[in-house]
Design a protein around this ligand. Structure first.
Ligand SMILES: [Zn+2]
Length: 121
């Protein structure tokens, strides 16, 4: 299984949130847990989420225990207004599941925030 998660630094990981045929994502399936185990991601790492443009809108019911493996979630929202609108609902759902979630308009901002959050954790 090719992991959509890449390690950026010792405790910062990047997740490419891709389109799914079966209307779910890593957050509402057991996939996130599998990736955490596969990559041996340490607890309290920071996660940066970057949705692909065609990431589908779906009824997302995130698994809080897997999400809370991470100390913070930085969700990148870019693209035109249609893309943005498609992604904001999902980002808000993730935010509801993890209190330390924030949304960013650029990768750089998401990364800086994650570094700062780790420093104050
Ligand atoms: Zn989902």
């Amino acid at each position: 299984m090719q992991s959509p998660i890449k390690q950026l630094t010792e405790s910062i990981y990047h997740l490419m949130l891709d389109n799914k045929q079966n209307d779910n994502c890593v957050f509402c399936s057991d996939e996130l847990k599998e990736h955490i185990a596969q990559l041996a991601i340490a607890k309290q790492s920071a996660l940066i989420v970057e949705p692909t443009i065609n990431n589908s809108r779906h009824e997302c019911n995130p698994k809080a225990d897997a999400i809370k493996h991470f100390s913070s979630i930085a969700y990148i929202l870019t693209g035109d207004s249609a893309t943005f609108t498609r992604h904001i609902t999902h980002a808000t759902t993730i935010e509801d599941a993890h209190p330390k979630t924030a949304m960013f308009a650029s990768y750089e901002d998401a990364y800086s925030w994650s570094v700062a959050k780790l420093a104050t954790a």
